[in-house]
Write a protein that binds this ligand. Structure first.
Ligand SMILES: Nc1ncnc2c1ncn2[C@@H]1O[C@H](COP(=O)(O)OP(=O)(O)O)[C@@H](O)[C@H]1O
Ligand SMILES: [Mg+2]
Length: 264
């Protein structure tokens, strides 16, 4: 049975796409059959990625949502044996509209993923920062939400503002779980763009998060030139520079989640 992890946060530029690409690649390196679904209008996950073996041969997410029979044919292989990718596709900007009504369309993504679940160990969804209807559908389809937090002190969305958005996301998760009897849980908050491990700043963060502090994952991702460079050329950092701290951080994250999500 597969586990679906939504990499999600309503705050832009927290590292959702970077996390989704690098986590998916790290799971694949651990020989877990992984499907990466690109639901980001920036389409960095798919159009930027040099991992795709056939970049233009998929109509992508929107086509799959409008025609269930196309799911397997639109999924692309990648240069990593255990990684497949469903690109966002050219019509992706219409995807939010597709999930806007209330007559069951909101569950379409969940249905498609259920049908593909036997083929994968992990399904990673790179969620958009905007597109509220699609984001809700992603939460309804996921078993786990992974929430990156940008800890860079220069990041214009300051920590209190990010935390307030994360708290709203937690409330939405609890509400959806109760309303639809979902298994959906929070896998953790990922501290992204961290400076060197620093106990003082971590204590401040935990206090700021208050009761959500217990959700902080042990793995954290450094602010890394290699991650940035790899992202710019559409590669996971583990493929771009296997010996870098960034590559090791995402491998740590994959290993932590493999252990944690199995036992939860
Ligand atoms: N750990 C990191 N180190 C360096 N740069 C990063 C890191 N994580 C993300 N970035 C960079 O930050 C920018 C925003 O990341 P992205 O994943 O697109 O955010 P989001 O998907 O949440 O909008 C990208 O240019 C990416 O390369
Ligand atoms: Mg993104």
């Amino acid at each position: 049975m597969s586990l679906t992890i939504a990499v999600i946060s309503p705050v832009r530029q927290t590292g959702k796409t970077a996390t989704a690409i690098n986590l998916a690649a790290s799971l694949a390196i651990c020989e877990k059959k992984t499907l990466l679904i690109d639901c980001d209008p920036g389409q960095q996950t798919s159009y930027g990625t040099s991992l795709l073996t056939a970049p233009l041969k998929s109509s992508g997410f929107y086509a799959v949502m409008t025609d269930r029979s196309r799911f397997s044919q639109e999924i692309l292989t990648s240069t990593l044996d255990f990684l497949n990718i469903l690109p966002a596709g050219a019509d992706f900007s219409r995807a939010d509209f597709l999930f806007a009504d209330t007559d069951g369309h909101v569950f379409q993504l969940r249905d498609r993923i259920k049908a593909a679940a036997a083929d994968f160990d992990y399904i990673i969804i790179d969620a958009p920062s905007t597109m509220p209807n699609l984001s809700k559908s992603i939460l309804l389809a996921a078993d786990w939400a992974l929430i990156p937090l940008n800890t860079d002190v220069r990041f214009p969305v300051r920590l209190p503002a990010q935390l307030s958005e994360i708290k709203k996301l937690f409330s939405q998760i609890i509400m959806l779980r109760d309303q639809f009897q979902l298994r959906l849980k929070v896998a953790g908050i990922l501290l992204n763009k961290c400076e060197q491990r620093d106990d003082v700043s971590e204590k401040i963060l935990k206090e700021a998060l208050n009761i959500l502090g217990e959700f902080i994952l042990s793995s954290r991702v450094p602010d890394s030139g290699e991650v940035r460079d790899a992202f710019a050329v559409g590669k996971p950092v583990g493929v771009h520079d296997v010996m870098s701290f960034g590559a090791m951080a995402y491998l740590d994250l994959a290993v932590e989640l493999i252990g944690k999500l199995k036992t939860s």
